[in-house]
Design a protein around this ligand. Structure first.
Ligand code: TIU
Length: 222
């Protein structure tokens, strides 16, 4: 059986059952004036991983493997936004407020869009999610079931918030999850390192982590 070199041990690769899930590579988390910046974060860290996320997406496309994108966003009437989420963090601009890129984290607004370099292409599933995890209140579980997917490679932002939450949701649902270390980022480098370490601890208690080149190497020969 093919394997991807990974930690804490090799990831058992099943070509027919694997998909890439790219979490929340949106302008709101990566550009000044968006949600991430409104929480006081240095958003420049996020843009630095764009070339590697792009390379990973291209590798999956070239191998004919599915790519799924997620976007953290809410309905314009805020009916899917808990008051507790809106008020959390005392942001300078709250979700739904008008910012320089449109309304913060609202579906259809310019700032909520996926970064143009990483935009989905025709046929790729885009999941709009109101929570940090991509399974809560979305169609992701059904989409994966219909495609026969049981293994997820994860990329995107931020490592310890939406990526890790999604990975934990997936792990509890029985998916085998592999996090691409170079294609994920946090506003806090120490949180990225800690998330990677805790995910693969205890014999991959949440999942595996791997180097981007090791993932691309295996999928390119599949
Ligand atoms: N604030 C933060 O680190 N992340 C989020 O709010 N959302 C995602 O991680 N996508």
């Amino acid at each position: 059986m093919a394997e991807i070199k990974a930690q804490p041990f090799a990831f058992p690769f099943r070509r027919q059952e694997i998909a890439l899930v790219v979490i929340d590579m949106q302008r709101d988390f990566a550009e000044p004036g968006g949600f991430g910046a409104s929480l006081g974060n240095d958003v420049g860290r996020i843009t630095r991983i764009v070339p590697d996320v792009k390379r990973l997406i291209q590798g999956f496309r070239d191998a004919g493997l599915p790519v799924i994108h997620t976007m953290e966003c809410h309905r314009p009437d805020l009916s899917d936004l808990p008051v507790a989420k809106r008020n959390r963090g005392k942001p300078s601009l709250r979700i739904g407020d008008e910012g320089p890129m449109g309304r913060i984290l609202i579906a259809g607004e310019p700032g909520t869009a996926i970064l143009p370099e990483l935009a989905p292409i025709d046929g790729e599933v885009v999941i709009e999610k109101p929570g940090k995890g991509a399974f809560y209140a979305t169609e992701l579980g059904n989409v994966l079931r219909e495609k026969g997917i049981t293994q997820l490679v994860l990329a995107g932002v931020t490592t310890e918030v939406c990526v890790q939450t999604t990975m934990r949701e997936a792990n509890d649902r029985g998916y085998e999850c592999l996090l691409c270390e170079q294609a994920t980022e946090s506003y806090f480098p120490e949180f990225k390192e800690a998330a990677i370490t805790m995910i693969r601890a205890q014999g991959a208690i949440v999942g595996w982590t791997a180097d981007i080149d090791d993932i691309l190497e295996t999928i390119s020969h599949a």
